[in-house]
Design a protein around this ligand. Structure first.
Ligand SMILES: [Zn+2]
Length: 67
């Protein structure tokens, strides 16, 4: 099974965070919500959860071939 990723750079704010979270959809969402609240000062709202779900990408689409 491919892992899903959330890249904090897709969600720019004043922290300039570059964290990338990868795992199953459920893992990624749980960690991303905790991270958004603790490190970015967001409120745990339905809107935040929706935004985080929209940020999820396939891990493979992220790979850059350097050849
Ligand atoms: Zn972040």
């Amino acid at each position: 099974m491919n892992r899903k990723i959330i890249d904090c750079r897709d969600f720019p704010d004043e922290t300039g965070c570059t964290l990338m979270i990868s795992g199953t959809t459920k893992e990624v969402i749980n960690i991303a919500i905790r991270h958004a609240i603790e490190d970015h000062g967001h409120k745990d709202t339905a809107e935040l959860r929706k935004q985080i779900k929209n940020m999820i990408k396939e891990e493979n689409s992220q790979k850059k071939r350097i050849r």
